[in-house]
Design a protein around this ligand. Structure first.
Ligand SMILES: O=P(O)(O)OC[C@H]1O[C@@H](O)[C@H](O)[C@@H](O)[C@@H]1O
Length: 230
């Protein structure tokens, strides 16, 4: 399905990916994965290979690299939580919202826009971000790795978020930083704003649902997509 949005498209809901989109933390995920995959599991991957493989649920990352069935469910859970423990320990001193996001969330809420999180992260990490930054009340729905069968680029995460908000996919705009996330939004029939925290524009060349590339939430385009308050 190809979304077709005019320039004056005004969404009723915003669905935010979390890592790399609300916070600039993808380097810390890559570092934690690099250690687990190479030092603990002897995968012998380069830094760039880790970055390419690092999308979707933690179990999906392990399946892609080692093949399905290499680890038991209990082992996947333990590796997944251990990876996030290492990530949280290293990233916590740097934890903060991207520039302009605090104001953008306030403005969107005042404009009556519904907001959701649609992330491949496990609840342990989503709670770490939302509760340490005190931003949970902004979101009417949260879809985590544990809420879907297949993560991004499958559209399930974003479709579920729209359903929980009670809105059609075409009424939602997704905020993403990763090519596989933009692909998931496209598969869900949703337009996307791309945060260029972790990827270059060129990495998104094949997608047709991108409204705009922004460095952070101070970009004036983001005011244009909120309805004008009277
Ligand atoms: O979907 P989000 O919020 O960008 O999260 C993606 C990341 O979430 C992390 O928890 C996973 O370990 C990563 O593999 C994944 O890339």
């Amino acid at each position: 399905m190809q979304p077709n949005f005019s320039m004056n498209f005004s969404p009723q809901a915003l669905i935010f990916d979390l890592n790399g989109t609300m916070i600039d933390d993808m380097h810390f995920h890559a570092k934690a994965w690099y250690q687990i995959l190479n030092d603990d599991l002897n995968a012998a991957l380069t830094w760039d290979e880790v970055k390419v493989q690092m999308y979707g649920k933690n179990g999906e990352v392990l399946d892609r690299i080692f093949g399905k069935g290499r680890f038991s469910e209990a082992e996947v859970l333990e590796l997944s939580v251990e990876k996030e423990r290492r990530y949280q320990k290293e990233y916590f001193p740097h934890l903060k919202l991207l520039p302009g996001l605090a104001d953008f969330l306030d403005n969107a809420r005042q404009a009556g826009i519904k907001m959701a999180i649609g992330s491949a992260a496990i609840p342990f990490n989503i709670d770490f971000v939302l509760d340490n930054l005190n931003i949970r009340p902004y979101f009417q729905a949260i879809v985590s790795a544990d809420d879907v069968t297949d993560s991004k680029p499958d559209p399930e995460t974003f479709l579920k978020a729209a359903e929980l908000l009670g809105l059609a996919p075409s009424a939602c705009v997704v905020f993403e930083d990763a090519p596989k996330g933009v692909e998931a939004a496209q598969n869900a029939g949703m337009a996307c704003v791309v945060l260029t925290t972790a990827h270059e524009k060129e990495d998104f060349g094949k997608y047709t649902n991108i409204l705009r590339f922004v460095k952070d939430y101070t970009d004036s385009f983001l005011q244009e997509i909120l309805p004008v308050r009277v």
